[in-house]
Design a protein around this ligand. Structure first.
Ligand code: ZN
Length: 139
């Protein structure tokens, strides 16, 4: 006998029009007391804020795209920092010309639906601030 899938650790979440996905995942993780997880998602968005991290300046450069796009692929994880859930997610979005935009995700507003598959991990994924990179790294 082999355990192929333990559904107690797997959630499929659906976000609807105008919901913000990362805030919703944080709320879900808080309610479920999730301290470690990975997730992926697909769907459609009406607005997305993506960022590029400038390692030299140690700052994110944000750009918000106000257009309907396909959420082609989101991959991320949930850890915790100072005992609160923290998300790290990257994503690729496709526009009406089938061109893609990608980056570190700051926010996603759903246009039609967003389907998130979330796997809860045992234990904790903790993040602490790393002065060398200026990022909150897994620790
Ligand atoms: Zn990132």
């Amino acid at each position: 006998m082999k355990i192929i899938l333990n559904t107690k650790q797997l959630y499929v979440l659906r976000f609807d029009k105008d919901e913000e996905v990362l805030t919703g995942i944080i709320t879900f993780a808080t309610e479920q007391k999730i301290t470690a997880a990975t997730f992926s998602a697909i769907g459609a968005s009406s607005q997305v804020t993506l960022a590029y991290y400038d390692l030299e300046k140690k700052e994110y450069h944000d750009q918000t795209l106000y257009e309907d796009m396909e959420i082609l692929s989101i991959t991320g994880n949930i850890g915790q920092m100072k005992e609160k859930p923290i998300i790290h997610a990257h994503g690729i979005f496709g526009d009406s010309e089938l061109a893609t935009h990608g980056g570190h995700i700051k926010a996603i507003k759903v246009s039609a639906t967003c389907e998130v598959t979330l796997t809860v991990l045992e234990g904790e994924l903790n993040r602490t601030f790393d002065p060398e990179t200026g990022l909150n790294l897994l620790s």
